[in-house]
Ligand binder design. Structure first.
Ligand code: NAP
Length: 316
């Protein structure tokens, strides 16, 4: 039999954990479903320096502190991979790989995942030198040379993190300008363990079958090809929304992100979306947390309005 809750939050990143905190503190019964450890992408981040209240905090430490807050008023953490949401009007049925949960409100906070380059050798050398997580894998490359692919906040922030561990970092970027915030750029430019290869695309990851030995690159201005010897390839070329289980609800745009209004309402009544999975400009822990607060509060109003409606239905 399906377990019943007022609110099911899907995803236990900063947005989801904040929504769970707000909804449970408003006395709603809340389940927070995640297929992995709580914290989401914060767990892949070394030093977080733009979350107020902490000059600098390790991602996994902030995850733990947020989790402790989120369950403090009774929200339950439920392990599972969500496969679908069925909209039955005032009741939503959330199916996971092992469970069925019923809720009056569903808050989608599934976030995004790292985009792959889709080049030869990328998949083959996954776990053998190709990585999408410097915090998880950086230590394997102590005193070795690595490359970082990309020019956004993730690439440049993680390049600086890696420079503290490895011998040398080469950032390979497809343009001659970085997209990353200026503070991150300035720090990376000032670090003599980091250099930059501009206007260049990585075309192949190469190795000796057991481990990465280098990358093949092409300069997209001159078409000149070359090889860069490296032990590690850290790929940070953007994000993809994790919205596949919700495709049938018609709440995603052409690129797969979920559109909401400023109350975090999607096109389906009783279903909200927050954090990185939303169509928006600024994907940050701070914005996810703010949206989690809004959705948690909206969930309370929605449940209250619908129980009033149910009561008047019965008394008629
Ligand atoms: P992003 O901002 O989308 O940047 C992706 C980078 O990869 C861009 O430089 C892009 O090049 C490059 N790229 C994309 N596709 C490529 C391809 N096929 N081949 C080569 N290069 C490719 O992604 P992100 O850095 O992961 O950041 C995602 C979001 O999280 C952003 O909103 C970011 O602000 C946020 N974030 C914030 C922080 C922080 O505040 N400390 C840290 C990490 C992430 P172009 O520049 O040429 O497009």
């Amino acid at each position: 039999m399906a377990k019943k809750y007022d609110v099911v939050v899907i995803g236990a990143g900063p947005g989801g954990m904040t929504a769970a905190l707000y909804a449970s503190r408003a006395n709603l019964s809340v389940a927070m479903v995640d297929r992995g450890i709580y914290g989401g992408q914060m767990n892949n981040t070394a030093a977080i320096e733009n979350y107020p209240g902490f000059k600098s905090i390790m991602g996994p430490d902030l995850s733990q502190q947020m989790y402790d807050s989120s369950v403090n008023f009774g929200a339950e953490y439920v392990y599972g991979s969500v496969e679908s949401i069925e909209d039955k009007g005032t009741i939503k049925v959330v199916k996971t790989d092992s469970d069925e949960l019923e809720a009056k409100v569903v808050i989608i906070a599934t976030g995004s995942e790292y985009k792959k380059l889709g080049i030869s050798g990328e998949q083959e050398y996954g776990g053998k030198g190709v990585s999408y997580c410097a915090v998880c894998d950086g230590a394997f490359f102590r005193n070795k040379d690595v490359v970082v692919v990309g020019g956004g906040d993730s690439a440049i922030e993680e390049a600086s993190y890696l420079a503290g561990i490895v011998n040398h970092v080469t950032v390979i970027h497809r343009r001659d300008q970085l997209r990353a915030q200026k503070v991150l750029q300035d720090r990376a430019f000032a670090n003599d363990k980091i250099d930059f290869v501009w206007n260049t695309n990585v075309t192949d990851v190469i190795g000796d079958d057991t481990k990465v030995t280098g990358v093949k690159v092409v300069n997209n201005q001159t078409n000149e090809t070359s090889e860069i010897a490296t032990s590690g390839v850290f790929i940070y070329v953007g994000l993809l929304p994790m919205t596949e289980p919700f495709a049938g609800l018609n709440i995603t745009n052409d690129d797969g992100w979920i559109e909401t209004n400023d109350k975090m309402e999607t096109a389906v009544a009783g279903i909200y979306a927050i954090g990185d999975v939303r169509e928006k400009n600024l994907r940050q822990i701070t914005t996810a947390v703010g949206e989690g607060g809004i959705a948690g509060q909206q969930a309370f109003k929605y449940v209250e309005a619908h129980s009033e409606a149910d009561k008047s239905e019965v008394s008629r």
